[in-house]
Every structure is written in structure tokens, then in C-alpha cells.
Write a protein that binds this ligand. Structure first.
Ligand code: BGC
Ligand code: ZN
Length: 370
């Protein structure tokens, strides 16, 4: 069958022939691929600075943001049946008996570094006509979310980020809670840094969680991303209009920053204006580069005197996938056009090289196998 792969030793990117996978274990599920999203990580793997093929293979099948339909189930599969739509997670645990994270099913916190990631690190991904996965790594998608479910995996980044922020802010007993005990961002300001797919989905997540939500991005409005942000009732602010030192005066104290830009200089600029008791969540993975100057004395003073928490987060546990299903439904109910507009284009597999190698256009580009 056809697959999209990188072959680092030959510096090649494109469509290859890849064996059709079959069930090997009773808890496995075979999935017909429907949609696979392309993200910055894929594009970076295509420049050969990130990503590794499985051992013994010279290529890596790309794709970690997938949605598909179950076509076959093993005899021990309990919760899924043929015809169901599913989204796979990305990371698989290491085998070290002493890795408490992986042994607890929290491989997103793997402590050995020997985890693998489908489509990224030492394990083939989902940019193929079909794939096989264990049931435990699949999340069921209600059929009314079929057309949006390719956004689930990038959305789980925001869900896990928010969960980390709330875990941290449980130190502040005055943070408000809904009646069901879930904390709310009501009365708190969240700044999303960047307006790519991760930033937009982050903004929707923070808005849905009750925050006053601001998206801080370079391009001046109007532009399509700003339109989506305004449509959900958040505010889009261009750094061309408001330089970062003026942001707190413009919006008030910044209680939460969700970094979704991957550019360290801008990210540290905005860290320097985080409010007292605030939380800063890093999600970007910048490529290695020259050191950048930062005012470390000022930063350290702020972090200590302001009880600030700086957290990195990488994807994602089962709870984040469940939260993403819930929130995707919320986004669809409240902002159907805005969430629909995040998927800018669905293209056939033959367009993979343009989408992966050319200058990025649109918001979320998707390869559709349907
Ligand atoms: C993926 C994550 C993954 C990370 C690091 C991101 O693009 O969405 O699932 O853990 O890259 O490889
Ligand atoms: Zn991604």
C-alpha cells in the first residue's frame, strides 16, 4: 500500500510502498485511514533535524495526527467494533520496569527517554492507507465529530497543558470551581502565543474553560486566523500594534500563557511579562540554534517574587484525549464555523510533497485517504 515516508539516509521525502499491516495480537484493531493532519513536527522531520526511523528500517512513515475507521478487531477488543471512528495517540511506553510513568500508562511523562512515537520517533506513523493499533491507544470518536476529529491530537496538547496548569494552580485556594468541582478560568486572563493550529485550538480550549482569552501573534489583523479568534469571543492582538512590554497595561495581569509559537526569543519576551502567581506553559520544540540573549536576572527575580510556574508539556495521556473529545463537541456546538475553518484544506496523498516541503499556507492541512 501507499505511504508517505522520509528516508533520512537518502534525504528523500515522498510516497513509498509499505507492507499492509495485519493484526498480530488479540487486542489489536485495524483501521482504514481517513484523515491525517500535517504539522510543524512533520515538516521539521522532512528537514531531517528531528525524527528517527524504526531500528532496522531506513525509512519512517510519517503522520501522527490521524482519524480513521475500524475495519477489523482482534478477539480481545472490547470497546470498539467495525465501522467505529477512532483517533490514535502518538507515544508508546518504554520497556524499563523501573519507569514509573510508562508503567502507570503515563508514557507522556516517560523518564528514560526510550519511548517511541508513531510517525516521529522509531515507530511508523499513520500516513498510510491503513494501520494497526492496540485498542488501549485508540479513542472512540462519535460520528458527528468525524469531520473534525483529525484535530483531536493537536487539541490534546492544549488539554494536557490546561490540566498541568490546574494541577499547579491548586496551590491557590481562591481559584474558582464549577459546581462539578472542575476549576474555571473565570476572572483570569490567558494569553495564547501564536495563531497556528496549536495556538487556535489552545485559544478555544482556554475560552471554553472560562478564561478571558487573548491571542498574541505577529501578523496584523484582519487575517483569517484573527477572524477565527474573534469569532470565538477571544481577542486577537498583533505585536505590530501592541509591543509585548505594553501587553499587561492593555489587558491586565497575565495569569496564564500558553506558548504555541516555538520561537524562543518571543517566548522568553512574553515570559518576562507573566503576572504574579501566573503559569507559563511551553509547548514549542525549537530546532537547535545559536544561544539568544535574555535578561536572566530580571526573569529570575520575576519568577521568585511572583511565585511563577513555568511548565513544559508534551503529549498526552488518555484523560487529555477524553477531554479533547468533550471540547471538540463543545467547539462544534458553539463555534461551528470557526472550528471548521481550522481545517484549511484536504488534499490527496499525491500532494504530500508540496504540503510537507513547500512554504506552509493555510492553517491545518490534511491529507485525506477517503
Ligand atoms: C506531537 C506530540 C509529540 C511531539 C514530540 C508533536 O508534534 O503532537 O504528540 O509528543 O510532537 O515529538
Ligand atoms: Zn503534530
Amino acid at each position: 500500500m501507499k505511504a508517505v515516508a522520509v528516508t533520512p539516509s537518502k534525504r528523500e521525502v515522498g510516497i513509498i510502498e509499505h507492507p499492509t499491516p495485519e493484526l498480530q495480537r488479540d487486542d489489536e484493531v485495524k483501521i482504514r485511514t481517513i484523515d491525517v493532519g500535517i504539522c510543524g513536527t512533520d515538516r521539521e522531520i522532512c528537514t531531517f533535524v528531528y525524527g528517527d526511523p524504526p531500528s532496522g528500517c531506513d525509512y519512517l512513515v510519517l503522520g501522527h495526527e490521524a482519524m480513521g475507521e475500524v475495519v477489523e478487531v482482534g478477539s480481545e477488543v472490547e470497546g470498539l467494533k467495525v465501522g467505529d471512528f477512532v483517533v490514535p495517540s502518538v507515544r508508546r511506553p518504554c520497556s524499563d520496569p523501573n519507569c514509573q510513568a510508562c508503567r502507570a500508562g503515563l508514557q507522556d511523562f516517560c523518564s528514560t527517554g526510550n519511548y517511541v512515537e508513531r510517525g516521529i520517533k522509531e515507530c511508523h506513523g499513520f500516513m498510510t492507507e491503513s494501520f494497526v493499533e492496540r485498542e488501549r491507544y485508540l479513542t472512540y470518536v462519535p460520528s458527528d465529530l468525524r469531520d473534525l476529529a483529525v484535530l483531536m491530537e493537536p487539541l490534546t496538547i492544549a488539554e494536557k497543558g490546561l490540566a498541568q496548569a490546574w494541577a499547579t494552580q491548586s496551590r491557590l485556594p481562591w481559584v474558582k470551581h464549577y459546581e462539578d468541582g472542575i476549576p474555571t478560568g473565570q476572572g483570569l486572563n490567558a494569553v495564547i502565543l501564536g495563531a497556528g493550529p496549536i495556538g487556535i485550538l489552545g485559544a478555544m480550549t482556554m475560552k471554553a474553560a472560562g478564561f478571558e482569552t487573548y491571542v498574541y501573534n505577529r501578523s496584523p489583523a484582519p487575517n483569517p486566523k484573527a477572524e477565527i479568534i474573534e469569532a470565538i469571543g477571544a481577542r486577537y492582538i498583533s505585536s505590530k500594534d501592541v509591543p509585548f512590554p505594553e501587553l499587561p497595561a492593555e489587558i491586565g495581569s497575565i495569569d496564564l500563557v500558553y506558548e504555541a509559537i516555538g520561537i524562543s526569543s518571543v517566548s522568553f519576551d512574553v515570559l518576562s511579562i507573566l503576572g504574579v502567581n501566573g503559569v507559563y506553559i511551553f509547548t514549542g520544540i525549537p530546532a537547535p540554534g545559536d544561544p539568544i540573549p535574555i535578561d536572566a536576572n530580571q526573569l529570575m527575580r520575576n519568577v521568585v517574587l511572583g511565585n511563577q510556574a513555568v511548565i513544559g508539556t508534551v503529549n498526552a495521556d488518555e484523560a487529555s484525549f477524553r477531554a479533547a473529545i468533550r471540547d471538540l463537541g463543545y467547539f462544534k456546538d458553539h463555534w461551528p464555523e470557526a472550528i471548521g475553518a481550522v481545517i484549511s484544506k484536504r488534499s490527496p496523498i499525491d500532494s504530500c510533497r508540496e504540503l510537507l516541503l513547500d512554504h506552509a499556507t493555510g492553517i491545518k492541512n490534511v491529507i485525506s485517504f477517503d
